[in-house]
Design a protein around this ligand. Structure first.
Ligand code: PLP
Length: 380
């Protein structure tokens, strides 16, 4: 590379946020360029309302719901807070939920997961009978490991005990086919920025007859469930991203093959390494893996210097470097968990990105082994 040439970036952090698709940007610029409040009755307002309702139809179609089931929010965090706030009684939540679920229901009982990160259905049945919760919340796919939960089974069990069911589908949307009715959940969370849309917009999708909590007071927007003038450019971008996510699905098997390839290659270099959740159903794009003996912050810096963007499993919230509650719930030793990173691919990921990752991974691993071997020699 000549001096000063820009560093090629391999962006392998789609689960933190995905690139906004060009057609989404185009749709958003169009929305920004048009004046009109969807609540206004004049023609500019009516045009804005049409754009809003078109986006609602697209977001609903992504999860097999009716358009009027969709309540637009400021993102997944708000939708999760709204869902968890919708009941007065006890909540049961899986131990591997996103912080926005765990923090929204601090008194909730946590359901354990097995070593592969899956909710224990027998334990769920026991706790449903013992606790009689008002709400059960289990995510569709985990943001750190990609492990997919048996949400339809959870919903069936929970309904038998009279509990409402919420599902955080933020990471699954656009990566798995989702059908609200087949899942049987009462509330489902979406976020646009994980599927090629903008940050700061999401939705809570409601099952028939479900009344969510109202977190804000104000006007009558979103059927009074989410007052405030709608973020129309964001919502239009969300709708376009949802349409594209339904149309472009070919990338998933291709990316799954790339993911499997780099997992096999890194494990061949370091057989003592681990891939968490391997053996369970996982999102095709996600891998949470260790580099034995190398702290994940050291790895992150080395990858960043090599132009590769990955994250520690727990780095969804900015600056968070604490231990991963997800890996802890899976019974992973804290020292080992501190060597885990999350690699998440997406539609624009290429074989070259994966080759660069494996090369950087192998270099760092070899360097660390060399220094470990030299250290006792030096001190001798
Ligand atoms: N739920 C999951 C599983 C997530 O991964 C995230 C974001 O990383 C969220 C919720 C929060 O969504 P948002 O960033 O739109 O607030």
């Amino acid at each position: 590379m000549s001096a000063g040439a820009p560093l090629r970036i391999s962006y392998l952090d789609y689960n933190a946020t995905a690139p906004v698709k060009p057609a989404v940007i185009e749709a958003m610029v169009g929305a920004l360029d048009r004046t009109g409040n969807p609540s206004s009755v004049h023609r500019a307002g009516r045009a804005a309302r049409r754009a809003l309702e078109h986006a609602r139809e697209a977001a609903a179609a992504l999860v097999g719901a009716a358009p009027d089931a969709v309540v637009f929010t400021s993102g997944g965090t708000e939708a999760n807070n709204q869902a968890l706030g919708s009941v007065r009684g006890v909540c049961l939540v899986s131990a591997v939920e996103h912080d926005s679920v765990l923090a929204a229901a601090p008194a909730a009982e946590r359901l354990p997961v097995d070593a592969l990160g899956r909710v224990d259905l027998e334990r769920l049945a026991d706790r449903l009978a013992a606790v009689r919760p008002a709400l059960v919340s289990v995510m569709l796919a985990n943001n750190e490991t990609g492990v997919v939960q048996p949400v339809a089974e959870v919903a069936e069990l929970a309904h038998r005990h009279g509990a409402l069911v919420h599902c955080d589908a933020v990471q699954a949307a656009g990566k798995l086919a989702i059908d609200l009715v087949a899942l049987g959940v009462d509330m489902l969370t979406l976020s646009a920025h994980k599927l090629g849309g903008p940050q700061g917009v999401g939705a809570l999708v409601l099952g028939a007859g479900v009344e969510p909590a109202v977190l804000l007071r104000g006007g009558g927007q979103e059927r009074r469930w989410r007052p405030g003038t709608e973020n129309l450019p964001g919502i239009v971008g969300f709708g376009r991203a949802a349409e594209l996510a339904l149309e472009d699905r070919d990338w998933r098997p291709r990316v799954g093959a790339l993911r499997d390839r780099f997992e096999a290659e890194t494990l061949a270099v370091a057989p003592a390494g681990r891939v968490y959740g391997r053996g369970a159903e996982r999102l095709a794009n996600t891998s949470c893996l260790t580099m034995p003996g190398v702290g994940n912050q050291t790895q992150l810096i080395a990858f960043d210097l090599a132009g590769i963007a990955v994250s520690t499993g727990s780095a969804c919230s900015s600056g968070k470097v604490g231990p991963s509650h997800v890996l802890a719930a899976m019974g992973v030793d804290p020292a080992e968990a501190a060597t885990a990173i999350r690699v998440s691919l997406g539609w624009a990921s290429t074989a070259l990105d994966v080759e660069r990752f494996v090369a950087a991974w192998s270099r760092l691993h070899a360097r660390t082994r060399r220094s470990a071997q030299e250290a006792p020699a030096r001190s001798a």
